[in-house]
Design a protein around this ligand. Structure first.
Ligand SMILES: [Zn+2]
Ligand SMILES: [Zn+2]
Length: 172
């Protein structure tokens, strides 16, 4: 879907939205800089920005030092592209509700919601990193650390690690 070139009114506060070009993703997004700070993503645009490693510098720069008006986030919004009511949907593990248009796929995020979704994703990525660290600790390279001395099986060494950890925690 090509970017809508028309000026869009914000589904939350009715102010005109401004387009920001996001060079990394190569798309324009609409952001309510003069009103509530909400962001409208066209279909498929949102997934280019919801992961912590995806850059949103231009968005952060645009909203920096701005004060946005408060809006009622529980209100039903109308898709500014197709004029139909948007539906509330949970996004990621952040406990954030975003507004989605079932006709065109546009997504509207209130001010701050994008950051919350990305932060929750970061926590998930951190857990993944720890998991893979744990795995590598008890995988073959354990041999490199302790040489050829009796290499415990992965499961038993891992269980021992956790038993030791639990022991330390409860005896503190
Ligand atoms: Zn707005
Ligand atoms: Zn729509």
């Amino acid at each position: 879907m090509s970017d809508n070139k028309e000026v869009i009114t914000c589904p939350a506060c009715g102010n005109y939205m401004q387009k920001i070009f996001m060079p990394e993703a190569g798309v324009n997004i609409d952001i309510c800089l003069e009103g509530c700070g909400g962001i409208l993503f066209d279909n498929r645009e949102f997934q280019k920005f919801d992961e912590p490693h995806e850059k949103i510098d231009e968005i952060l720069e645009a909203i920096k030092d701005k004060t946005f008006i408060k809006v009622d986030e529980s209100e039903t919004r109308t898709c500014p592209l197709c004029n139909v009511p948007m539906v509330k949907m949970g996004a990621g593990s952040a406990g954030v509700q975003i507004d989605v248009c079932n006709v065109c796929g546009a997504k509207f995020l209130d001010n701050g919601e994008l950051q919350k979704i990305r932060t929750a994703g970061e926590a998930g990525e951190e857990t993944d990193r720890l998991d893979s660290l744990m795995n590598s600790l008890y995988a073959d390279n354990l041999k490199d650390v302790i040489g050829n001395r009796q290499v415990p099986s992965k499961t038993s060494s891992r269980r021992k690690f956790f038993e030791d950890l639990v022991y330390k925690l409860i005896t503190k």
